[in-house]
Design a protein around this ligand. Structure first.
Ligand code: FAD
Length: 341
């Protein structure tokens, strides 16, 4: 007789999402390799059930009840998988903590990931929204990934081009949403590393240092310090980091907004402009304010927080109110960054 799959029933996800929402999943199975996904696909009891792929839960707004089979990606392992004259290729299994991967590469003397230090979550989730911070995005250091395709029931390789990376976006948030479980990612780190220090916060932090002498590890340590000063620690106050994407507007709309609001905070993005979503929210008076148990962080208006006992519905209600206010005042629609489940 076939052994039963190790599926747990009625599982609390409170500790599995950084908002600390007290969600309960109908079922949960830990996944560390493709063989388990193949076994799942062959089991009629579980294969037809709606799924949620779960990493570290740091980019999710969960409902109270999750009537799904949660597949928690737990695969571990980091290794140098290939080398050529210009690059070293590092492969990490999906369940590795992203920051552990960054520090592992630095310990091997490999620079390239330092600007992405301390982003919460797993390696497997990093491609989903093409994580980015301090002037670097995953796509800048990405080689390829391996994912389980729930339709063909095979493992498939995705190249950089096939991932369709964009600002906080990829094919895994679009056409392949809920279709793929990323099993491993492979990054391409340059042998001849050069620091990326153009971002204003880094310029300020290292202002009294000779930037030409900074090591990748020193930059990583600096990024960690900057982030710890600016962002709330989810272990202390529930949050999912930046809640809204910075909206991108045309040059014409930007010019109109700048005329109406001379203090507008924005950055050129090709032929368009990126507006600082935090500034827009702050101008609507939301910084430090609350709606029920959901609030806006007092130091950074872009971060929504769980003030204690907030449900996914509370966070959604606050997000919608902020969206309305920003739309009414600036005519700009804010798009949430986390995934609502
Ligand atoms: C304090 C804080 C700061 C943050 N700062 C940043 C930042 O600077 N830059 C940034 O880009 N993000 C940031 N984030 C957001 C978050 O850390 C990233 O989006 C991270 O990549 C999410 O990883 P996770 O493992 O927690 O994914 P989860 O939240 O578990 O999942 C997120 C999405 O990815 C899917 N997913 C997860 N794992 C897999 C997999 N193996 N295969 C397929 N799909 C999968 C899920 O189904 C879901 O749709 C921050 C969050 C917090 C709490």
């Amino acid at each position: 007789m076939k052994p039963n799959l190790p599926v747990l029933r009625h599982i609390s996800l409170s500790a599995d999402n950084t908002f600390g929402i007290a969600a309960v999943a109908d079922a949960l199975m830990e996944i560390s390799d493709a063989a388990q996904l193949a076994a799942l696909a062959a089991d009629p009891q579980w294969s037809a059930m709606p799924r949620l792929i779960l990493g570290g839960g740091s980019n999710l707004v969960l409902s109270d009840q999750i009537p799904r089979l949660v597949l928690k990606m737990t695969g571990k392992g980091i290794a140098i998988s290939a080398e050529d004259a210009d690059y070293v290729y590092v492969t990490a299994q999906a369940g590795e903590r992203w920051h552990d991967l960054v520090r592992w590469t630095l310990a091997q003397g490999l620079g390239g990931l330092e600007n992405l230090s301390l982003i919460p979550g797993t390696a497997g989730a990093a491609p989903v929204q093409n994580i980015g911070a301090y002037g670097l995005e995953l796509k800048d250091v990405f080689s390829h990934l391996e994912a389980w395709d729930f339709e063909s029931r095979t493992v498939r390789r995705f190249t950089l081009e096939e991932c369709c990376f964009a600002y906080r976006d990829s094919i895994f948030k679009q056409a392949w949403k809920d279709r793929a479980a990323i099993l491993s990612i492979t990054l391409r780190l340059p042998r001849r590393w050069t620091p990326k220090l153009a971002y204003a916060d880094l310029q300020k932090y290292f202002a009294d240092r000779d930037m030409a002498t900074l090591s990748a590890t020193e930059i990583s340590d600096g990024v960690v310090q900057i982030r710890q000063q600016k962002l709330p620690d989810p272990a202390v106050i529930g949050n999912a980091g930046s809640f809204f994407k910075n909206p991108v507007v045309s040059a014409a709309q930007h010019a109109e907004l700048q005329q109406a609001f001379p203090a507008l905070v924005s950055y050129p993005a090709g032929e368009q402009f990126k507006l600082a979503a935090g500034w827009l929210i702050d101008q609507c008076g939301w910084k430090g304010q609350a709606l029920g148990a959901a609030g806006v962080y007092h130091k950074q208006a872009l971060v929504l927080v769980n003030l204690g006992g907030a449900t996914g519905a509370d966070i959604r209600a606050l997000a919608q109110k902020i969206q309305q206010d920003v739309q009414n005042r600036f005519g700009v629609l804010l798009e949430p960054e986390p995934v609502f489940v």
